[in-house]
Design a binder for this molecule. Sequence first.
Ligand SMILES: *Cc1c(COP(=O)(O)O)cnc(C)c1O
Length: 353
Amino acid sequence: MTIYNFCAGPAMLPTEVLAQVQQTLTNFDGLGVSVMEISHRSPEFMAVAEEAEQNLRDLMQIPANYAVLFMHGGARGQFAAIPQNLLHGKALYLETGQWSVAAAEEAQKFGQIERRDLRDGNGGLDLSLIGDSAGFDYIHYCPNETVDGVAMFEVPEVQSPLVADISSCILGREFDVSKFALLYAGAQKNVGPAGLTLVVVRRDLLGQAAKSTPAILDYQLTQDNDSMYNTPPTFAWYLSGEVFKWLKQRGGVADMAAVNRDKADLLYRYIDDSSFYHNGVAKAFRSEMNVTFQLRDPELNHRFLTEAESQGLLALKGHRIVGGMRASLYNAMPRSGVEALVAFMDHFARTHR
Ligand SMILES: *Cc1c(COP(=O)(O)O)cnc(C)c1O
C-alpha cells in the first residue's frame, strides 16, 4: 500500500531525496562518517552550506543585496527576532489567521505594535482594511495561513517595508523578493526537517538590532559569521540543500507552483461538487498548500480519520483550533496522493450517507 502523508508539519519530504540521503548516511563524501558527525567548519560541510545557499538563491531569484541567513528557533523564533532587529518606533501587523495573530502577540513584547484584522467575515480577506500604511518600521503579514487554509496571493501595496512569514508556502509559489524587506520560513513545512529557519533580508536592514537582542537572534551577527555564530543545525541544512537540488531538477518554483495549483484545484473541485464535504474559505483566498474541509456531519470525523489511515492516507486531522480536516499538499506530495485522497473521500461519502 502506498502511504501518503498529509501532515501540516513536520511534513513529508521527497521520497527520492530521503532514499538518496540514506545512501550517504554512514559515509558522507567518502569520509567514513555521516554529515551529522563532522565539524560545521570543515571544508566538506562548508561546501554543503555554500551550495545550499546558492541553490536557494537561484530558486527564489534572490538579488545580491539580500542576505540569506540559516538560523535556529523556527518561525516563532523569528516572531521575536524581527521586532528586536527591525523595530524602533512602531510596526503594523496584518491579521489573516492563526499564525499572523501569534506573530503580532509575540511582537507586542518588544515595542509598539498596531494590529489590523483583514478577515471579512465571509471566509475571505479585504485588503482595503490595510488602510494607511505609511510611517511603520515594517508591516508584517502571512501569505499562507497554514492552520486556516487561507492564502493572500496578492502582495499588498504598502508604503512601509514588507515582512512576510512564508513558512508554509516558501518554494511552493513564486515571490518577487525585491518587493520585501524580509521573508522568513521554518524549514519543516515545505523545505526540510525541523530545526532550520530561513531568513532572506535586505542587507541595509542589518546592524540595527536593539542592544538587548540575544546574540543568536541578531541578523548582523549571524551574517558576519556565515550563519555559524554557534553550531547550526547541520543535518537539517544538508537535507534542505538536497531538497533544493531536487527542486531545481524538477524545473524550479514556477513549475512547482503550477503543479501545486493543479493538485489543490482537483481537491477543491471535488469538495465543491460534494454535498458531503464543505470548505468555507472564499475562492480567491483558498490556500494551494493547506486545504481545510469539514464533513457536513462532524459525528463521522473519527470514522473518516480511522478509515483514511487504514488506506494509507495519514495526518488528515485539522488543527484543533479550526477542527475538521486538513490536507497539506506541499511540494513533496505527488498528484497521485491527491487522486488517492479524492477517491477515498468519494468512497467514504457513498458508504456513509
Ligand atoms: C508552522 C508555522 C509557524 C510556526 O513554526 P515553528 O517553526 O514551529 O516556530 C509559523 N508560521 C507559519 C505560517 C507556520 O506555518
